[in-house]
Structure formats: C-alpha cells, structure tokens
Design a protein. Structure first.
Length: 420
C-alpha cells in the first residue's frame, strides 16, 4: 500500500527534479532553432540531433503550450521567452494567411511541405494559442484563437451528427479520398522517423476529439465565451458517451461520419489503454471547467480503469502496455513513454476524486517503473519505449515526441500531490 505522506515528500521532490533537470534541461535550449525559428524535435537515444528538421504543427504547438504553462506557473521568465519564440514561428510559418488555420508541416526554414489541414493539428494550435493568451494576456494570440474557432465552426463542425469533420485541403474543402497526414506513432522507437499511414480521411477519431476537448477546456478557461462552453459540453458528451463501448468497458477510436463505430474488422478491434486513461483525467478537467460535478462520471472512470488494469497493466514490474484486442491481454507490449505519463496522471487524479487507494498504488508503481527503467538519468529525457525485457528502445525526440506528455504529467502530478 502506497504511503501518501512519503509520496508527498520524497516522491514529490523526485517529480520536481525530473521535470527541471531531466526533461526541461534536455529540451531547452537544445530544441530552440535560433536560425529559422520554432523547435527541432528529432534526437537519437543519446540526445544527438537525428537529422529531421521538419516542423509539424502538433509538436510545435505542444512546445508552445508547455512553455506557456511553465511561465504561468512561475518556473521562470526564460520559459516566457521560449513561448514567445515558439508562438512567432507557429503564426508566421504554420498559419495559413490566405485561408486561415494551421498547415500540417513545414520544412526547417518554414517552407510549407504538407499544406493540408487536419483537426488533430488544429486542436493543438488552439491549445497553444489559448494557453499562451492565458499566460501572457496577449491580444493577438486571443484573436487567432477566436478566428480558429470561427474557421472550425464554419468548415468542420458537423451540425447533423455532432463533432467535427477532420481532414481538409488548404482551402478547407473536405478530403474524402486517399490518406491523411496522421502518422503512426509506433515508429517513434524505430531507427527511422515515422511515415504516413493509410487512414480513411472521412473517419471521425476518438483521438482527435479527445484533443479537441482538451483544447476547448483551455479555450473556455481562458476566454469564457458562450460558444466555447457549448462546444466543450458537446465534446464532453462525445468522450463520455459516443466513443464509449458501454457493454464492453472501453473506448474505441474510429467511426463513420454518423458515429457508427468501426469495429467489425479485426484491425479496428483495438483498445488503447493510454488514451482511455488520458480520457479519464481530461474529462475531469473539462467537467471542472464547466462547473459539472465529476461524481456524475464516477462509474465511467472506474470501468475504464478496471478494464485497463485487467488487460493492459503489468502487475509484476508496473507500467502499462500500449494496446490490445477486445477482452484479451495486451498484444503490443512496448511501454510507451506517453502511456506511462498519462496513466500516472490519471491514477493520481482518480485517487484524488475517489479516495480509492488502489489508484494511489498504481501511481506509485508506475512512477517506480519510470524511475527505474524509462527515465534516462545519463543523457536526459525518457526513452520512447521499454520492451518486455525491460530494455529501452527508440529515440528521445521524434515527430510526435517532445516535452508535452511527460512535462505535463510531471506538472499535473506535482499539483495533485500538493492538493492532497
């Protein structure tokens, strides 16, 4: 049984040290591109630049969000300067001046290489703009945030079925054939940067709507608009009802435009434990922002936790595997850095809301796994993955891997321990 007083003492100190000395000292100033702007995110297992200078909106925006949050929480004026650096690149190079919204990716010097728009990318753009405006009071960032919400309402909001259409040309015309820019995150621990994966562009994804909820939570907290509140209420309903397979106890990711779940084919019969448990604590955040009691969702939280603990948790060594099929043990048994980050945050937040000590135990065991096997105290940062032999795999930085998941998790867990 985990000792709360010990966690609030020695563990909290270790979380703080890991945030500042292991994560932040790895990324800054290393990732700051003083020549072209924005952030470089491609690094090998020793922290050496791995050669890919392309800059994707998701990761650029995540770094702006994190540094803005650090500045707002008093971690130092240097993070406000880094956020200023990041927001400038985001708006000058990734924002589409002709049509509005963010392009998916540019080359290192800002030349647009992937101009199409995906709502997954727009969600992180909104997240960054809202947090930056919240931290700085910057009117320009607020104006861009409101304009982005206008654009998503005009072009992507599905008033018939709910939620959002996801994939568009630069001119905001829906793309219905081919494949999207969404890339498979598994190769973040392979020797190569990840490439495009085939994905029906007409699908609606839980993952996209999860991050839209995350973004609209911060947007509503920053600006308090009626439209922000309405959009957040709808996204909260989608993430607690529509994507939740109530008779099975988990969420699924892919849906037809009318939200019919794509679960007939074996390739779609996948449960992502990290996304389910990330959903738990992001729902808590959304409900808090809206003034809705999280007691209304307690069974939802507990059911997702019961499933993930039964099929996705390593009872022997701690930590969560990546994913598995329906009602069977995890089939992909790499322990990804982001899964551990989101699950330990969710565990501590669920303990905070329920008082059930099993969640405190899971937090302590997951942190112990990270501390022993995944956090690289020699070269900095966290290994992308840890395999079944408890050996690290993958690189320190890649197309989706920067300081967002683990940096945010450490901030959230420190704050949660302080509240307990």
């Amino acid at each position: 049984m985990a000792d709360l007083s010990a966690l609030k003492g020695e563990c909290r100190s270790s979380l703080e040290e890991t945030l500042t000395d292991n994560v932040l000292d790895f990324w800054f100033p290393r990732s700051i591109d003083d020549e072209h702007g924005g952030f470089l995110t491609s690094y090998d297992e020793r922290g050496e630049f791995a050669g890919n200078g392309n800059k994707q909106v998701v990761t650029q925006a995540r770094m702006v969000w994190l540094t803005s949050r650090l500045a707002r929480e008093g971690y130092g004026d240097e993070y406000l300067e880094i956020a200023d650096h990041g927001i400038a690149f985001l708006l000058e190079e990734l924002w589409d001046e002709a049509n509005g919204g963010f392009a998916w990716e540019v080359e290192r010097d800002g030349t647009t290489s992937k101009p199409n728009k995906h709502l997954y990318g727009q969600s992180f753009g909104l997240y960054a703009l809202s947090e930056y405006a919240r931290a700085t009071g910057d009117d320009e960032a607020a104006e861009y945030a409101h304009e982005l919400v206008d654009l998503m309402d005009e072009h992507a909001k599905d008033d018939e079925h709910g939620g959002y259409v996801e994939y568009f040309t630069p001119e905001w015309e829906p793309i219905t054939e081919g494949q999207t820019y969404l890339e498979n995150i598994e190769p973040d621990w392979s020797p190569k940067e990840s490439g495009d994966s085939v994905l029906d562009p007409t699908l609606k994804l839980m993952n996209t709507h999860l991050h839209l909820m995350e973004a609209f939570t911060t947007y509503y907290e920053a600006f308090g608009t009626d439209r922000g509140r309405d959009r957040l209420h709808e996204l909260l309903a989608i993430l607690t009802n529509t994507v939740y397979r109530k008779k099975r106890g988990f969420c699924t990711d892919k849906y037809d435009p009318d939200w019919s779940p794509k679960i007939d084919d074996e390739e779609f019969q996948v449960v992502s434990y990290g996304h389910d448990l990330e959903n738990v604590w992001l729902v808590m955040e959304a409900a808090d922002a809206l003034g809705v009691s999280t007691d209304l969702y307690r069974e939802f939280f507990e059911t997702l936790w019961e499933y993930s603990l039964e099929y996705g948790y390593d009872d022997e060594d701690g930590g969560f595997y990546f994913y598995g099929g329906f009602d069977e043990p995890a089939s992909f048994r790499i322990k990804a850095w982001w899964v551990q980050a989101e699950c330990m945050t969710s565990a501590l937040r669920t303990y905070e809301r329920t008082g059930d000590e099993r969640y405190l135990d899971v937090f302590a065991e997951t942190w112990a796994f990270l501390d022993e096997h995944q956090i690289d105290r020699d070269h900095g940062e966290w290994h992308s993955g840890v395999d079944e032999d408890l050996e690290p795999v993958g690189r320190k930085g890649a197309v989706y891997k920067a300081a967002y998941h683990n940096g945010r998790a450490l901030l959230e867990c420190i704050a949660a321990l302080d509240r307990l």
